[in-house]
Design a protein around this ligand. Sequence first.
Ligand SMILES: Cc1ncc(COP(=O)(O)O)c(C=O)c1O
Length: 423
Amino acid sequence: MSPRPQAGGFELATRMAHLTPSAVREILKVADQPDVLSFAGGLPAPELFPVEAIARAYAETLAQEGRQALQYSVTEGHGPLREWIAGRLGARGLPTQTDQLLVTSGAQQGVDLAARLLLDRGDRVIVENPTYLAGLQAFQSYEVVPVPVPSDEQGLCIAGLDEVLYAQRPALIYLVADFQNPTGASLSAERRPRLLELARKHGVPVLEDDPYGEIRFSGQAAPLLAALDPDQVIQLGTFSKTLAPGIRLGWIRASQEIIARLTILKQAADLHTSTLSQRAVARLLETFDYDGHLATVRDAYGSRCAAMDRALRRAMPPGAHWTLPEGGLFIWVRLPPGITDDAVFRAAIERRVAVVPGHPFFVGQDQHTHIRLSFSNRSETLIESGMATLGEAVSELAARPAAWSNPAHPEPGLDEPRVEGRP
Ligand SMILES: Cc1ncc(COP(=O)(O)O)c(C=O)c1O
């Protein structure tokens, strides 16, 4: 047995040996410096938060039901809020009873509780490669083995999945089917039923993490996985990207039996999600034009995404590649061959522009081939100037391939980096 890790003079639980601080969190600290133009954090645009409406809802809640709102409450969540969520999921093609919902402190708590419910130490979890980093961290805290499955512009690759499920006997399939973090890709409508068929055949539950599904600004929505097979899928949702992440409100939608078990785990974790936040948001949703607000958010993100695409096309040297997402917060850029994500991060930060290197999102073999750009939290003007600077940094690296070469770059044969200006 491996020795227990130590910290602060204490022996820690063995599981802490597998947990390191997220590389991306460390990068975000650098990116947060005031003179840095950051495209690193996956932050919703704060200027779009409905601050006045939220302030009114909290004030009214405190004035009219303050004593209940400041009291402990039931673990499952505030009734009217659960009713609203159930109605919303129904309108998205997923009929839901209120007792099929557990209100959580964001979708992140949903990932954690689902992992705690389903995973024993050493279990295997199928994840898209690359995948959501904090999801991976949640799984790793349960000492499980993530099994990476490749993904492309149409999401998780289904070809070969049957064999992987046979060989690995996983306890869970985790995926972000719409506007994935970090790739921005969505699982195609054709692949969805096939994935569920395989999950059912092998008896593997699917955890559908859906923070971005309602942030679609172009194209046609495919059905929620949970809508296609409600018994095989545990669905996670959140108000973080539609209202504001600071209120920390999300939900888990599953069968009554699963929700009853998750409720026990939630009780042990934090008793319940903030009573005040739940009541205030339930009150807000009674009168707030949620769809009107979502339309504003979608329009703004769609314009920013298009601005980033235009600016990248102008600024990036040949060999860089990205697929335009139809929603969400991110563009995932494959760098020209021979240029690493770390080199781009360093060259960009020297010019006071921050991006996220892609390699922490990959499981297994280190891949230094991509960077993640978030377009949600910057104006079109700043996106244009930031992408111009980033393009300069990448072009300069492309002109000096030997100094930055990455022998592990797995995708040779794309366009040669531009040679003009090579010293
Ligand atoms: C895929 C994914 N899941 C979950 C979360 C966490 O969301 P929440 O704020 O609801 O906890 C994020 C946040 O960026 C995310 O990208």
